[in-house]
Design a protein around this ligand. Structure first.
Ligand code: C2E
Ligand code: MG
Ligand code: MG
Ligand code: MG
Length: 284
């Protein structure tokens, strides 16, 4: 009987795997049309200076207005896009859209925010002229590269291939900043921090979630902040959802915060209103 049960569980597991695989391949196919069908949206989440409460930065986060599934977040389709290769065209669209939006905010008289753009390792590994095209576009819009921060994960710096290195150097020449996303969750070898010009560490949300006075997570956040400070790197804490988390991080000397406490990712128009309405923390 135990054996029969085991087989049942196996075939159940097997069926789930098959369903997952067919879900992914269907999605990969749909992704091919998503760009021409104009189904992608960029949402913007405020990044706040913890001392003044001012919105000085934002992160651009990709959403897919899926005809069947509704609005879905990056985590649910970017891995598929990476595997299917459509991430290159999508990433190109993200950079273009982000640059156009920053130019629109400038024209609307908004304070000059700096915008974080996520770029996946897959995009960095392909030797192409994606960054050349972007540079040309920035020049056409009259925007400095320094208005943007490219968010990468630690793993990319560990790779150290010439193609990746070349693109990181190109970003440096444009004047764009570099942020290490999800910091603390990946490689714990920190020697790459010496070799690359990193401007921001984004403390991963998993450290912020459990923040309480005297907690291990607080000790870890404090250690990351002290280390960054000594290296001349600014710290952004991700996933701040409560006032206590905000207060503990501010007291630890963390420079910037991002999370639902300050605002969820929102469409450009809503973010424009937020920017024009000025300083101040508007939560919920
Ligand atoms: P990420 O870059 O670490 O982005 C932060 C994620 O945390 C976002 O999820 C954001 O909505 C979510 N978040 C922000 N504040 C809070 C909070 O207080 N609590 C909780 N629970 N979550 C919070 P999202 O938008 O689903 O994006 C997931 C991931 O997809 C991103 O993680 C990033 O790695 C990737 N991604 C998003 N947009 C792009 C893009 O344009 N290009 C590429 N290559 N990747 C992207
Ligand atoms: Mg990010
Ligand atoms: Mg720099
Ligand atoms: Mg992150």
């Amino acid at each position: 009987e135990a054996k029969a049960q085991g087989q049942g569980r196996f075939s159940h597991f097997h069926r789930e795997l098959q369903e997952e695989a067919s879900h992914r391949s269907r999605m990969a196919m749909e992704l091919r049309h998503a760009l021409v069908e104009k189904q992608f949206r960029l949402y913007y989440q405020p990044i706040v200076a913890l001392d003044s409460g001012e919105v000085l930065k934002a992160e651009a986060l990709l959403r897919w207005e899926h005809p069947r599934l509704g609005l879905i977040g990056g985590g649910d389709f970017i891995p598929v896009a990476e595997q299917a290769g459509s991430i290159h065209a999508i990433g190109q669209w993200v950079f273009e859209e982000a640059a156009n939006q920053v130019a629109r905010w400038d024209r609307a008289g908004c304070p000059p925010i700096q915008l974080g753009i996520n770029r996946s390792p897959v995009e960095f590994r392909r030797p192409d002229n994606a960054l050349d095209a972007w540079t040309t576009q920035l020049a056409q819009l009259g925007l400095c590269g320094s208005r943007f921060v490219v968010e990468i994960t630690e793993g990319l710096l560990v790779e150290q291939t010439p193609v990746v290195r070349g693109q990181l150097e190109q970003l440096g020449r444009i004047g764009s900043g570099l942020a290490l996303d999800d910091f603390g969750t990946g490689y714990s070898s920190l020697s790459y921090l010496r070799k690359f010009d990193v401007d921001f560490l984004k403390i991963d949300r998993s450290f912020v979630q459990g923040l309480a006075p005297g907690s291990e997570d607080l000790a870890l956040c404090e250690a990351m902040i002290v280390m960054a400070e000594k290296l001349g790197i600014k710290v952004i804490a991700e996933g701040i959802e409560t006032e206590q988390q905000r207060d503990l991080l501010a007291a630890a000397g963390c420079h910037f915060g991002q999370g639902y406490w300050f605002g969820r990712p929102m469409p450009a128009e809503a973010f424009t209103r937020r920017l024009l309405q000025g300083k101040g923390v508007v939560s919920a």
